[in-house]
Design a protein around this ligand. Structure first.
Ligand code: NDP
Ligand code: 2IT
Length: 453
């Protein structure tokens, strides 16, 4: 991978990041995308260089790594590694999810924490950027084992977080069950009932519409883009990767807006249902039974299952108007982008974080396929976490309709901000440029005002 940047100052900074953080390819990828896209703002914002904002912003304020030991159902001690990357608190308390997946390492959590800074800034709410997690794999574990892990994880994490300091939430592998166990352990240790985590169940401070928020928000964002182009979701064919929280609720909203979602996947393969996905079946498989997407054939025998994730017969070879990658990083590569373009796809919008590889993004943009980066398009999840924090602080709950209306308003504001920022720097419809510059300028203003810290 070539991490060169045309702008000499930004290029030097990129080289420094690579020297200082060896063996962190996902982090380099996220920093490179960011630095290379803010070039149009450099001339009009000399303070970025004068106040060394960028040198500071690529350095996490704090990163914590710790041992997580727990006892499995056979009485054997298991050891995982826990992490929390507190990247930037210039505009609010650290905020970001907890990923539980065997692939988790420092590089992945640093890329996620870095992107979270700009995503949270775009939400308009006061939240800094963070990410955490562990290489623990909840798949195939009993509830008892998941509980043992979550409690041990929180026995260390509790001393680094708090409702006004750092507020974690869900991400891959962390849903309401895991958040519940972590919340219970935090409350037990600190003896305080506070909004220290978001994504809680409704019975102890969760917000209505948080479960739906990332997927719904993604569709609201795409809907704004479609409206700008005098178009809508009605009658569109949509392909969505993943079948977890984001994918399920993106499917629900896209369908409500009149589109037909024809495919979903997991890390083993994908289903294709030309009649449109039966979402009740998917919810039962994934949310109730914790099964595999292949099980969809037991509900809809006419659907097709293909065991290929992003190869030559992968999900992105299915013809569609709109592609929504909602599984994981680097799941949509150049070959996939070419297949989408050849089949007439017009929009790729990221529900996942960094699912599109850099060469695929460049190809999509060169071929006039609208590309919506995750830090703008999937910001509805963390935005609604911000709304959960508001409700917890007020010791009050809003209705589903109230939260959903606020989410829609926030996604519209994000779209307009990203769109106008891109146009203002001469890069109309380049939403990568728009998102990174708009996200950066708020954080930069706060960092400069707060002095050298
Ligand atoms: P879930 O754990 O609910 O679902 C993850 C889905 O992605 C599963 O279908 C999973 O399949 C698939 N997946 C995970 N890893 C891989 C892999 N290496 N290859 C192929 N498929 C994979 O997570 P979420 O839906 O919450 O998160 C999905 C994405 O959205 C992530 O990138 C996350 O960071 C991002 N995101 C999540 C938000 C949220 O609010 N939850 C907010 C914003 C972004 P399998 O079961 O086989 O592992
Ligand atoms: O990537 C993300 O924005 C999330 N996983 C949601 C974080 C949050 O704090 O709700």
């Amino acid at each position: 991978m070539d991490y060169t940047i045309n702008h000499p100052y930004l290029n030097g900074l990129m080289q420094d990041v690579m020297k200082k953080n060896p063996n962190e390819p996902e982090f380099f990828q996220a920093v490179h995308e960011f630095l290379s896209s803010i070039e149009p703002a450099m001339a009009t914002h000399p303070e970025l260089i004068e106040k060394q904002v960028l040198e500071r912003i690529v350095e996490p304020e704090r990163q914590v790594m710790f041992r997580v030991a727990w006892v499995d159902d056979n009485g054997k001690i298991q050891v995982n590694r826990g992490y929390r990357i507190q990247f930037n608190s210039a505009i609010g308390p650290y905020k970001g999810g907890i990923r539980l997946h065997p692939s988790v390492n420092l590089s992945i959590l640093k890329f996620l924490g870095f992107e979270q800074i700009f995503k949270n800034s775009l939400t308009t709410l006061p939240m800094g950027g963070a990410k955490g997690g562990s290489d623990f794999d909840p798949k195939g574990k009993s509830d008892n084992e998941v509980q043992a892990f979550c409690q041990s994880f929180m026995r260390e994490l509790y001393r680094h977080i708090g409702p006004d300091c750092d507020v974690p939430a869900g991400d891959i592998g962390t849903g309401a069950r895991e958040i519940g166990f972590m919340f219970g352990q935090y409350k037990k240790i600190v003896n305080e009932f506070s909004g220290v985590l978001t994504g809680k169940k409704l019975s102890f401070g969760g917000s209505l519409a948080r479960t739906e928020a990332t997927g719904y928000g993604l569709c609201y964002f795409v809907d704004c883009l479609l409206a700008k182009k005098q178009d809508s979701f009605a009658g569109k064919t949509v392909v969505i990767s993943g079948s977890g929280n984001v994918a399920i609720y993106a499917t629900e909203k896209a369908t409500q807006l009149g589109a037909k979602v024809v495919a979903l996947s997991d890390s083993n393969g994908y289903i294709y249902d030309e009649n449109g996905i039966n979402l009740d079946a998917v919810k039962e498989i994934k949310e109730v039974k914790r099964g595999r997407i292949k099980d969809y054939l037991n509900y809809v025998p006419t659907a097709k299952y293909t065991e290929d994730v992003n190869g030559s017969k992968g999900i992105w070879t299915i013809p569609c108007d709109i592609a929504l990658p909602c599984a994981t990083q680097n799941e949509l590569n150049l070959e996939s982008a070419k297949a989408l373009a050849a089949n007439g796809c017009k929009i790729v919008a990221e529900g996942a974080n960094m699912p599109t590889t850099p060469d695929a993004i460049a190809f999509l943009q060169e071929n006039k396929i609208y590309f919506c980066p995750g830090k703008a398009a999937n910001a509805g999840g963390v935005a609604t976490s911000g709304l959960e924090m508001c409700q917890n602080s007020a010791r009050y709950s809003w209705t589903f309709e109230e939260v959903d209306a606020k989410l829609k308003g926030i996604m519209t504001d994000i779209f307009n901000n990203v769109d106008t920022t891109a146009t203002a720097v001469g890069c109309e419809d380049n939403f990568v440029v728009g998102a990174n510059i708009a996200g950066l300028l708020k954080v930069s203003d706060a960092m400069i005002a707060q002095g050298c810290i």
